[in-house]
Ligand binder design. Structure first.
Ligand code: PGA
Length: 249
C-alpha cells in the first residue's frame, strides 16, 4: 500500500494534472493499492480522473467528528464520503503539533470516520526529544491504545490502517533506519495483538512515513513489519511516486 499525502498543495486543476501524470506513469497493478490524499477541495477533480482504476483509493487529510452543524471551516466524515473519499488520515503529526489536535480528538475523529464507512489511517509518531529520551514506544502506544480500545468497545471489526511517522523524519530528509522503523512497527503490531487479538494484528496494515523517497523506499518496504509507505513531498512528483511504486513491486 503506497499512499500519497499531498498536504496543502494543488488546487483542483493542478491536482487533476498530477493524478493524470501519475496514472500514466503507474499503470494498474493487482498486487498493490495506491491511496491519494489531495486537499478536500480537489477531491472531486481527482475522483473523476481515477474512476475505473480499482487500484486507487482516495481520502481526506482530516475531518471533524460531528456530522454537520455550526463548525465553520470543518468537513464531516459523511460529507467526505459523499465527495468520494474512502479513507481519512487522522492525527497526522502536522495536525497534532501545528493545530494542537489531542489524543481524545483523534479518538472522536476515528469513530466518526468508522461510522461514516471511511477507513481511518491513524498517524502516530514521536518527536526527536521523545526519541532521545527513549520514550518513543511509550508515546506511540499512548496515541494508539485509546483509538484501538474505543474501536473494540464499539464491537466493530478493527478496520483501520496505522501510519508510523516519526515527527523528526517528516519533511526533513531524515528517515528512521529501516531496522528502527521495523522495530516500531513490531511494537505497534504487538500492541494491536494485545488489544484486539492475533487475527487483527496479522491483518492490520502498518505504513511507514517520513522522507520516503525513490532511493530509500525499497529498503524500508523490505522490512517484514512494513506493509506500505505514506509519502509526502515525493508524492507531488509523478515520476518520483512511480519509482516508489516500483520499489513496492
Ligand atoms: P514527507 O511527509 O514524505 O514529506 O516527509 C510524510 C507525511 O507527512 O505524511
Amino acid at each position: 500500500m503506497i499512499a500519497g499525502n499531498w498536504k496543502m498543495n494543488l488546487g483542483p486543476a493542478a491536482a487533476a494534472e498530477l493524478a493524470r501524470s501519475l496514472m500514466e506513469a503507474s499503470p494498474e497493478a493487482a498486487d498493490r493499492t495506491i491511496l491519494l490524499f489531495p486537499p478536500a477541495v480537489s477531491l472531486a477533480a481527482v475522483r473523476e480522473l481515477v474512476q475505473g482504476r480499482d487500484d486507487i483509493g482516495l481520502g481526506v487529510q482530516n475531518l471533524f467528528w460531528e456530522p454537520d452543524g455550526a463548525f465553520t471551516g470543518e468537513i464531516s466524515a459523511p460529507m467526505a464520503s459523499e465527495a468520494g473519499a474512502g479513507y481519512a488520515l487522522v492525527g497526522h503529526s502536522e495536525r497534532r503539533h501545528r493545530f494542537g489536535e489531542t489524543i481524545p480528538e483523534t479518538v472522536r475523529k476515528v469513530r466518526a470516520a468508522r461510522e461514516a464507512g471511511l477507513r481511518p489511517v491513524l498517524c502516530v509518531g514521536e518527536t526527536l526529544d521523545e526519541r532521545r529520551a527513549e520514550r518513543a514506544a511509550e508515546v506511540v502506544l499512548a496515541q494508539l491504545e485509546p483509538v484501538v480500545s474505543e474501536w473494540i468497545a464499539a464491537e466493530a471489526e478493527l478496520d483501520l490502517l496505522i501510519a508510523y511517522e516519526p515527527v523528526w523524519a517528516i519533511g526533513t530528509g531524515e528517515t528512521a533506519s529501516a531496522a528502527d522503523a521495523d522495530a516500531m512497527h513490531r511494537t505497534i503490531r504487538d500492541e494491536v495483538r494485545r488489544l484486539a487479538g492475533s487475527g487483527a494484528a496479522e491483518s492490520i496494515a502498518i505504513l511507514y512515513g517520513g522522507s520516503v523517497k525513490p532511493n530509500n523506499a525499497a529498503e524500508i518496504l523490505r522490512e517484514p513489519h512494513v506493509d506500505g509507505v505514506l509519502v509526502g513531498g515525493a508524492s507531488l512528483n509523478a515520476d518520483a511516486f512511480a519509482r516508489i511504486l516500483g520499489a513496492a513491486a
